[in-house]
Structures are given as structure tokens and as C-alpha cells.
Design a protein around this ligand. Structure first.
Ligand code: C5P
Length: 247
């Protein structure tokens, strides 16, 4: 059991055997090197719920490993609620939805997650909001009719998410401090764009080390390639966990 490890390993592949092997490697041992696994759109669209059950089977889950199902849902309230209802049986710890879907959509998602979890007798999935995609800059926002700065818009959407019943948001390392201040200590901040000291940043432009992000107030860190593309993913994940005092 390793509840205090904040690292969610992003398994970004459509190769099912490879995903299963990676998950077994970093999360399947007696002392797992990561606190959770993130599966996203590409994996879920390719393999669906059976793929999740295959690559991330119950015995691995039973060790207390978290499951972040990063679907970034965005549709009318009824449809997003239906999507949430369909995946609660997979017992995700976290599910993502877009805050730009608005308060009614977020409320419907939060209520449905709680009601469906209660109905089938599983833990309530925590809902996390996506605010402003880090791929968008000020001019991209302007092109969509949003005049605010990306950082101000992220705070606005996170505040709205909190008021609409979401448990937290995904945010860039550079937004941690402002969002913690705006949304309080109980709001979950899940932070990608993390690079252990000395590792390649890849296509991530604004990165922070795991220790820096946690010190600023991140609850969970999403780390992909520094673990998944390492020659020895388990050792890479263990090194990160040790740096964080989580192993
Ligand atoms: O390999 P890397 O550590 O960059 O992976 C980061 C993960 O976090 C990927 O799954 C990516 O989709 C996700 N993510 C991100 N930046 C965001 C939002 C999500 O890198 N702004």
C-alpha cells in the first residue's frame, strides 16, 4: 500500500500488451513505485473498458494504486452524465471533464458520479476539471472570443468548477500557487508537465521538478515519458518516489 506517493504514471499508448507490461512493472509489485496510473483518450478509444480490465487488473488495483481515467469529457450535461455513468463501474479514482462545458454540465457530472457510485456500491470517483489547455495561448483564446489571459481564465474556470461540485482541476506547474490561493486547501490539483531534475523536457515547454511542484501545493503529479521511455521504468519511477520521500 503506497497511498502517499503522489505520482500518476501516464500510460500513453494504444499497444495493449505494452500498457499491461508497463503497469505491471511500475504498479504491480509489493512496493509499487507509483501511486497511480493514468489512462487517457487514446488507450480508452482503442480498447475501452475491457482493455482497462486487462491492462490494469483487479489484483494490481487491490494494492491501493489509483486510477486516473483522463477522458476530458465535453458535451451537453445529459450526455456527459451518461458518459460518467458508463465508466463508474471501472472504479476510477479520478475522471476529467472540461470546465468550459459550464456549470450545469459540471453539476450533472458530479451528481451522477456520486449517485452511480452509491447505486453500485463503489467509491465515488473524484471529478477533475480541465481549464485552459496549455496548448492555447492568448491569441488562441482571443480567436475563440475569450479576452482574458490564459492564467486569469484558468483561475476563473477553476473557481467555477469548485462552485459546480468538482473536486479539483488539472493545472500546469505555473498555475499551482494561484489556484491553491483561489480554490483553497481541499481542492485537488493534479499537475502534468513534470520533469525530474536532469531529464529531457520533450515537448513540454514549462516544466518543474516533482519536488518543486509538491512544495508549491500540487496534490498529484502526472509523469509520463520520464518513466515510460526510461530504459528501466521501475527504477526511474522509484528514483522519483525516493526524491519525494514516498518510497
Ligand atoms: O510524457 P509526459 O510526462 O509529458 O506526459 C504528460 C501527460 O500529461 C500526458 O498524458 C499528457 O497528455 C498530459 N497532459 C500534459 N499537459 C497538459 C495536460 C495533460 O502533458 N497540459
Amino acid at each position: 500500500m503506497n497511498r502517499s506517493n503522489p505520482v500518476y504514471c501516464a500510460v500513453d499508448t494504444v499497444d495493449l500488451p505494452q500498457a499491461a507490461k508497463l503497469i505491471r512493472t511500475v504498479a504491480g509489485g509489493a512496493r509499487p513505485a507509483v501511486g497511480g496510473i493514468k489512462l487517457g483518450l487514446e488507450f480508452f478509444l482503442a480498447h475501452g473498458a475491457p482493455g482497462v480490465r486487462y491492462a490494469f487488473p483487479a489484483p494490481v488495483r487491490a494494492t491501493g494504486i489509483g486510477f486516473f481515467l483522463d477522458l476530458k469529457l465535453h458535451d451537453i450535461p445529459n450526455t456527459v452524465a451518461g458518459g460518467i455513468r458508463a465508466v463508474v463501474e471501472l472504479e476510477p479514482t479520478f475522471i476529467t471533464i472540461h470546465t468550459a462545458g459550464g456549470p450545469a454540465m459540471m453539476k450533472a457530472a458530479a451528481e451522477t458520479a456520486a449517485a452511480e457510485a452509491k447505486r453500485i456500491g463503489v467509491a465515488r470517483p473524484r471529478l477533475l476539471g480541465v481549464t485552459v489547455l496549455t496548448s492555447l495561448d492568448k491569441s488562441d483564446l482571443e480567436a475563440t472570443g475569450v479576452a482574458a489571459d490564459p492564467s486569469a481564465q484558468a483561475v476563473r474556470l477553476a473557481t467555477l468548477a469548485r462552485a459546480s461540485g468538482l473536486d479539483g482541476v488539472i493545472c500546469s506547474p505555473l498555475e499551482i500557487e494561484a489556484l491553491r490561493k483561489a480554490c483553497g486547501k481541499d481542492f485537488v490539483l493534479m499537475v502534468p508537465g513534470i520533469r525530474p531534475a536532469g531529464s529531457a523536457s520533450g515537448d513540454q515547454k514549462r516544466v518543474m521538478t516533482p519536488k518543486q511542484a509538491v512544495a508549491l501545493g500540487a496534490n498529484h503529479l502526472v509523469i509520463g515519458r520520464p518513466i515510460t521511455e526510461a530504459a528501466d521504468p521501475d527504477s526511474a519511477a522509484q528514483a522519483i518516489a525516493r526524491e519525494l520521500g514516498a518510497l
